[in-house]
Design a protein around this ligand. Sequence first.
Ligand code: ARG
Length: 563
Amino acid sequence: MDQKQQIVSALAAKTGFSAEELLSWLETPPSPEMGDYAFPCFRLAKALKKAPPAIAQELASALALPQDVARAEAAGGYVNFFLDKSARAKAVLERVFAEGARYGGSELGKGRNVCIDYSSVNIAKPVHIGHLPTTVIGNALYRIYNHLGFHSVGINHLGDWGTQFGKMIVAYRLWGDKEIIEQGGVDELVKLYVRFHQEAEANPSLDEQARAWFKRIEDGDAEALSLFEWFKALTLKEVEQIYDILGIRFDSYAGESFYNDKMDRVVIELREKGLLKLDQGAQIVDLSEYKMPPCIILRSDGATLYATRDIAAALYRKETYDFAKCLYVVAYQQDLHFRQWFKVVELMGYPWAKDLIHVSFGMVSGTEGAFSTRKGNMVKLRDVLSAACEKTYAVICEKSPDLEDKETIARQVGIGALIWNSLYNGRIKDVVFDWDAVLNFDGETGPYAQYTHARACSVLRKAEYQPGAVDCSALTDAEAGAVIAAIDAFPAAVVEAMEKNEPYLVTRAVTGICAAFNKFYYEQRILADDAAVRQARLALTDATRLVIAIGLNLIGICAPERM
Ligand code: ARG
């Protein structure tokens, strides 16, 4: 039984609450002087009809202290528990080595599927830096849920439907060149699209032709479809290169067009449930009662909309994956869109509407202000990734000229730095993109965490470390204790990251381990003369290396052994 379990069963015996419930209340105090664990008594006050400080006093003196707990002290409404340092180190190290790469994971989500809709790029449109958050937050959540025993389903809900594809076809047939487009890819498609809009201003018949071509796509006309599929293949080829660099894969690319034949049933069902209303020719669901503008289901020309497709997709996902949760990692600009159609699903009477979650996030801007296509400073994601690798390569050549396979390491570090920068703060905070800060090896950055990992690996290599028996009484100094505490806090951070859909909680837990380990590295001689001390410190170094690598992996970052 680990020490938390020991503490909660002692508390359970005195309070009558279940050990399981008490476990979920147990906290890690903000500083080690306040103990290793803190038990808040506030929620007991009502049941026991006493003030929290009085309960804390009573518990602290009356508890039968478990074997590994050195003492318990009341402080305000809390009981602080001080563990026997060596017993704690032993428990934590044993758990890390027993669980290995599964450390911080569990079977919490066993048998439950979680759909994660992320990245969701648009066909024939450039993938720019604004796509980075959804892509990396979604990927991190995908890994975090899997680590906790859920089965993640990664879905790229492609923007592959709409009248713009009629325009693309018209533009291509008038001005396009097959070879140039095969060469230039999405950039060339975008040029055609821009030209279409310029020319259509003077020549409105182009818009009419575009509508006709879009209709031909909808009707399944062979020529129209083959062009449409070609645009799609060109775009996917480019985005898949980006996903390869980022180490991301999707389980499904079912996008908007996938639901073409699944829209009727949505409309029929809404009508049968009496939710549709005619409004200026359009079919809408009135949401005024919920203080929202109406959700438009069918335009007056009978065309379906973005929201209609999202409703169809949600029904399909529920039927196909029977998800426990369905996450939409999409910028906060679409808050209203999601609130509207989530409400429609609820009004349709589906109890699982509550499992639809908009995981929204803030904007990415440069140090010079917002990126925008109009200002011409919209940075293409591919260029950002390449620049990250190149800049890192230059730094490595300067700092570690003898490193083998510099290019691979530069890629892992450069890309890691970008991902870290997106996952360092809570989602909703806007991200400022600043190269100097991103690639700084000293601040709390990706390279810093990777460097700490590589440092631990290097210590182990040089010491020719062999795992073996560990005398944990050699790990009772404050610095080792802080490393142990940080490693111990990691599993709870993973669970919290999952519950709040906030990968940055894992990033912060990794940061905590790195900071504690670096302090330990500077203050304590790991390669001590005493063989038992040396072995214990190396074991702690080994555990640190392992948990940093797990944490980095969970947020989608590689952990190279040398840098
Ligand atoms: N393609 C959309 C956009 O770029 C994002 C799609 C998000 N997913 C969804 N199911 N609506 O804005």
